[in-house]
Design a protein around this ligand. Structure first.
Ligand code: ATP
Length: 307
């Protein structure tokens, strides 16, 4: 339950206020107790489209009540326009890193900047406009497919919704349904396979054409075939954007421009897959462990659409 409500809390930040009032969402809201929304500072500026980098400058951060900080004096520069993987064992702080970029939490010390501007000094609206996030579990609401995608951009036209679905490579599947975009998604999206749900979540994220696309274990819960198919879609979507992809599954990151290994709140290795293998360090060990110990599972994504 904690994890589900945590994900709802994340997603709520990205749903337009008007829709948050919907009864289904209100019910969810009652279950939420954190994180508290962060208000704009007086005189907060609009964030321009990112051109250079997202940086962590000596960031220390710990969750309330925790003994040790998750990130400890972390300095890290993420180059705009690249596909960047954040990898590391469970609990190493990957999600936390994304949370701080999204300003769902704030550093205890240090700062997170976009093109040199402290994210605390920009409006939340402009920050959210420029970024979109896909989680491992994404809320789908009991409304039509069209409306579920439109949650990503208030007032998105039908053409924009269709364009987003095409980019997420779920359009053809939607068109095969009797009611097409008017198909009602079940209460928990359980009329769709895991892969289809993720593709809808990707369409929702992409509909506002975000400069920065954040993926938090977005394909880790899928079987290997589905995971690979969706990762392929994501790499296409990353063109012209900055993509930050957190995962503990290394098979997903082989083709990324850069891989950053996080451990105990520090970035301990970074480079391309090839460079990191050659380095023969922590990444190499994780890679060897995973490639020797992987098991196959159910393939539930029959929607590998090629445009
Ligand atoms: P995973 O792959 O399991 O999600 P991760 O690398 O993304 O792991 P984080 O989720 O960032 O790691 O968690 C880092 C540490 O912070 C963990 O010890 C976790 O238990 C703790 N933590 C994460 N979120 C919260 C929270 N909202 N409140 C308190 N502690 C938290």
């Amino acid at each position: 339950f904690w994890e589900v409500s945590y994900n709802i809390a994340h997603l709520m930040q990205f749903i337009p206020v008007a829709i948050q009032a919907a009864a289904a969402v209100r019910h969810m809201e009652e279950m939420l107790d954190e994180p508290t929304p962060i208000a704009d500072r007086p005189g907060a500026a609009e964030l321009p489209r990112i051109t250079d980098n997202i940086a962590f400058e000596r960031v220390t951060f710990g969750y309330e009540g925790a003994e040790r900080p998750v990130l400890d004096n972390l300095s890290l520069r993420l180059q705009a326009g690249k596909t960047i993987a954040i990898v590391g064992p469970s609990g190493s702080g990957k999600s936390t890193l994304l949370n701080l970029i999204l300003r769902l939490y704030q550093p205890d010390e240090g700062r997170v900047t976009v093109d040199g501007v402290d994210v605390r000094k920009v409006t939340m609206d402009s920050l959210r406009q420029s970024m979109a996030v896909v989680f491992q579990d994404n809320m789908l609401f009991n409304m039509t497919i069209r409306e579920n995608i439109r949650l990503g951009k208030e007032g998105a036209t039908d053409a924009e919704v269709v364009a987003a679905a095409k980019k997420a490579e779920i359009h053809r599947y939607i068109m095969s349904l009797p009611d097409k975009y008017d198909t009602q998604v079940g209460e928990r999206g359980d009329t769709l396979s895991g892969g289809q749900r993720q593709r809808l979540a990707i369409a929702r994220a992409i509909v506002r054409d975000p400069a920065v696309l954040l993926l938090d274990e977005a394909t880790s819960a899928l079987d290997q075939t589905t995971e690979a198919a969706i990762n392929k879609t994501l790499l296409k979507l990353a063109r012209g954007r900055t993509m930050i992809f957190s995962t503990h599954r290394l098979a997903s990151v082989v083709e990324m421009d850069e891989i950053i290994v996080i451990s105990n709140g520090q970035a301990i290795e970074r480079g391309s897959h090839k460079e990191l293998l050659a380095k023969d360090g922590v990444y190499r060990k994780l890679w060897d462990d995973q490639t020797h110990g992987r098991h196959g599972s159910r393939n539930d994504d029959d929607d590998d659409e090629e445009d």
